[in-house]
Design a protein around this ligand. Structure first.
Ligand code: HBI
Ligand code: FE
Length: 285
């Protein structure tokens, strides 16, 4: 609801930043890597270094291992290079986009194993917080996880589900699943709870916050229908983190037909972002 509304507004707003007039029918543009300034490459390096000082021991191994294989430390990467490696690994490609694109186009890309990566980089004054995904959020936050075969399959299935949700009026619900998994998801591992959500992996403060015990935020095991019915906040740390045991659980959770979920939920009052239901127990980060 509010996030989706702002996506629409932001898509318009981003048009002011993005170069939509050179986009094709699927909003794909050239990255024009040679046009990035040295100052932008330097900002990228500072963002990268900040994250790499925080993520070891907090990001899941799948993210760290993939990132080490991508040479993304030296400056804003050339999408083509990583796209070829990604395609050879999980059949996904990177497509360059001017910024936020319409839901339908976004889902169509995911359903065809294409991940849209924004071409512009935030301004230095947006170092700590950005309202629209930029190249650092999309490339650093999202692309490494697409090297994991099971997560890659989940992302494609999410795209297919999005196309279906648009026909069934389930967009609001499905956006919550994206938000609480792809953007802000946590995963349990034998070494403890770890981060796989791009929104956290590409941010500063939330990396430590989400794994700090004793905060007011909930950590509960992901239950798909409950997640589809849980509101989220777009401009504060999350009040609930949904935790999975493994990526297979995500993939399996999206196997069933969601139509009955949408049917039940469209007349239901969504849970507030900080809800804890009677049968739920809090997991300790
Ligand atoms: N466009 N480029 C881009 N990146 C996104 O993450 C994105 C989008 N458009 C819509 C959107 N996300 C959300 O509405 C998803 O929940 C579909
Ligand atoms: Fe994102």
């Amino acid at each position: 609801e509010d996030f989706l509304a702002t996506v629409a507004e932001k898509s318009h707003g981003a048009a002011l930043r993005g170069d939509y007039e050179h986009a094709d029918a699927q909003y794909v543009v050239q990255q024009n890597w040679a046009e990035y300034s040295e100052a932008e490459h330097d900002l990228w390096r500072r963002l990268y270094q900040r994250q790499m000082a925080l993520l070891p021991g907090r990001a899941c191994d799948e993210f760290i291992d993939a990132l080490h294989k991508m040479d993304a430390a030296a400056g804003i990467p050339e999408f083509e290079k990583t796209s070829a490696e990604l395609f050879a690994t999980t059949g996904w490609k990177i497509v360059a986009v001017p910024g936020l694109i319409p839901e339908l186009t976004f889902f169509e890309h995911l359903a065809n194993r294409r991940f849209p990566v924004t071409v512009w980089l935030r301004k230095p004054e947006e170092f700590n917080y950005i309202v629209e995904p930029d190249v650092f959020h999309d490339f650093f936050g999202h692309v490494p996880m697409l090297f994991n075969p099971v997560f890659a399959d989940y992302m494609q299935r999410y795209g297919q589900g999005g196309l279906k949700a648009m026909k069934l009026g389930g967009l609001d619900q499905l956006a919550r699943l994206y938000w609480y998994t792809v953007e802000f998801g946590l995963i349990n591992t034998p070494q403890g709870m770890r981060i796989y959500g791009a929104g956290i992996l590409s941010s500063g403060g939330e990396v430590e916050y989400c794994l700090t015990p004793g905060t007011t935020s909930r950590h509960i095991h992901l239950q798909i229908e409950r997640c589809l019915n849980t509101l989220y906040k777009i401009d504060t740390y999350q009040e609930t983190y949904f935790v999975i045991q493994n990526f297979q659980e995500l993939f399996d959770g999206t196997a069933p037909d969601f139509a009955p979920y949408y049917e039940r939920l469209k007349s239901a009052e969504p849970f507030p972002a900080n809800a804890l239901l009677p049968q739920e127990t809090e997991l300790l980060p």
